[in-house]
Design a protein around this ligand. Structure first.
Ligand code: NAP
Length: 169
């Protein structure tokens, strides 16, 4: 069985990681779509698709998980054709995992089985909370896999976020 998991991963955190590890242990292959691939250098979307790709790939490989493919997906401003757009970029999948109600609806209408994974420690494992902590110099490293800390330091992601705040002010 091939499964699909879609998220924005801004950044990839331990909540996403726990869910994908679980799916990877049940499915033969997991296709991980990086949504809003065109967005980066914004306060809510600081990281590029390539940076998010590195975060996910390194985190999973570090734990010996190899049965995944990562596919960046650009947004299309047209929900009715978005599933076809995703289908045109990925291998065929049987099950879609998502916590996003719009994605659930769109894939169900196309006849897919959609499952909602359990969210782990939602109050802390949240992209929003991690970006807030980065901006306030609070401990965010404990909320992401070790490989994500390495990637964010390598690309100097903290100072990028701070510059973005200055620009918004
Ligand atoms: P998502 O990743 O499916 O997540 C929905 C919510 O659940 C987010 O608040 C997310 O928080 C949270 N979450 C997901 N997995 C979690 C986990 N394991 N543990 C804790 N919290 C978790 O939704 P999304 O971020 O909106 O990504 C969906 C992508 O699909 C977007 O890029 C969207 O643009 C795209 N899309 C595009 C179209 C179109 O182009 N027409 C239509 C539909 C969807 P976090 O912030 O912590 O991840």
């Amino acid at each position: 069985m091939r499964a699909l998991y879609i998220g924005r991963f801004q950044p990839y955190h331990l909540g996403h990681h726990a869910v994908i590890k679980q799916i990877a242990s049940e499915a033969e292959e997991v296709i991980i779509c990086i949504g809003s691939a065109q967005r980066s250098h914004e306060l809510d979307n600081p990281f590029t698709a390539g940076e998010r790709y590195m975060m996910i790939s390194k985190s999973l490989r570090e734990e010996g998980i190899l049965n995944f493919y990562i596919v960046p997906v650009l947004d299309v401003n047209w929900n009715a054709v978005w599933v076809s757009h995703v289908e045109s970029l990925i291998p065929p999948v049987e099950i879609v995992y998502t916590n996003n109600p719009l994605i659930e609806r769109l894939f169900k209408e196309r006849g897919y089985e959609v499952r909602t994974p359990m969210l782990f420690n939602r109050s802390e494992y949240s992209g929003n909370e991690i970006r807030r902590r980065m901006l306030n110099n609070e401990d965010w490293e404990c909320l992401v896999p070790r490989a994500v800390v390495t990637v964010i330091k390598e690309i100097d992601g903290m100072s990028r976020l701070r510059e973005l705040t200055r620009r918004d002010e």
